[in-house]
Ligand binder design. Structure first.
Ligand code: MN
Length: 302
């Protein structure tokens, strides 16, 4: 199945070219704050599954192309993100930053990205007004947690995966804290839907690519991950409880590069989905903190 959040907080299933409104299964009204409908739908999925056929048969339909698709999950408990998780990207960042480093996901672990940076598949990436810095695209597979847990073993890890989505981990390069550089509003486009694990390729053979203005920049397969998906779940859950709807950004392959206002970025993940995003210049986002450290190497830079 493919599940979406659309039209200001409704949840739905994608059936053919249509979105079917699943409001009859939604635990909260679309306008409710915080918008937790999809998180709770995932948490109650075992209970929802037998009710899905009838809800899909009876639900109102609308063309996907006529829907305002939002990030499928609007209010996760957390976004876990793994840096330097493909060998080739690790090598390119050593060159770009001048670091002689062993800084990789298998020795460094993960970071968190602000939940409020989530953005929908039809929303633009808004560049902050920060002078003299590059904002980079990072093409990533998002893993969506279904059943939560703590200290999850490698063997059990895939039982905790609900599904997958396309995700961009947008970042300002520089030496400031990674969470700050990666957490601007709109810096985490996700979508266009969640595809459930049973309909997706095996987790160790998922092919992804990203292009800017029609030119391919990144291409990779999850078989080349340094820390694979079961290990990411084991590692994250060794530190903190994972909850239904938590998002894991699995890391980006080689080929990251700058984006600019007017660019069109397309991410495509085989068996998962694709989305094309506009980049626009925003009026806000400046702060003197950025002036103090521009272009200084020395920090983690993924
Ligand atoms: Mn990343």
């Amino acid at each position: 199945m493919k599940f979406v959040t659309f039209d200001a907080g409704k949840i739905g299933a994608v059936v053919g070219a249509d979105v079917v409104d699943l409001s009859s299964l939604a635990p909260t009204a679309p306008e409710e704050f915080p918008p937790t409908a999809m998180v709770r739908f995932i948490a109650d999925y075992a209970k929802n599954l037998p009710r899905l056929p009838e809800a899909i048969e009876r639900g109102a339909r609308k063309l996907v192309s006529a829907c305002d698709l939002q990030a499928p999950i609007l209010w996760p408990n957390k976004i876990v993100a793994y840096p330097a998780n493909y060998h080739a990207h690790f090598e390119e960042m050593k060159v770009k930053t001048g670091l002689i480093s062993t800084y990789k996901a298998d020795g460094q672990g993960f970071f968190l990205k602000a939940n409020s940076s989530l953005n929908g598949p039809s929303d633009p990436i808004v560049l902050p007004k920060v002078q003299g810095r590059e904002v980079h695209h990072e093409c990533e597979l998002a893993v969506i947690i279904g059943a939560g847990g703590r200290d999850i073993s490698r063997d059990a890890a895939m039982d905790h995966v609900f599904g997958y989505s396309c995700l961009l981990d947008i970042v300002i390069r520089g030496k400031e804290e990674r969470v700050m550089r990666k957490s601007f509003d709109s810096f985490c486009p996700m979508g266009p839907w969640i595809v459930t694990k049973d309909e997706a390729p095996a987790e160790n053979d998922i092919q992804m690519s990203l292009s800017v203005n029609g030119v391919e920049k990144q291409r990779a397969n999850t078989r080349n991950l340094i820390v694979d998906i079961p290990e990411m779940i084991k590692m994250a859950s060794s530190v903190m409880t994972l909850y239904p709807g938590d998002i894991i950004a699995t890391g980006t392959p080689a080929g990251v590069g700058p984006i600019a206002s007017g660019d069109k970025i397309r991410i495509e993940i085989a068996g998962v989905g694709a989305m094309e995003l506009d980049v626009v210049q925003g009026a806000g986002g400046g702060h003197e903190v950025w002036n103090k450290s521009a272009d200084q190497p020395g920090g983690p830079a993924t």
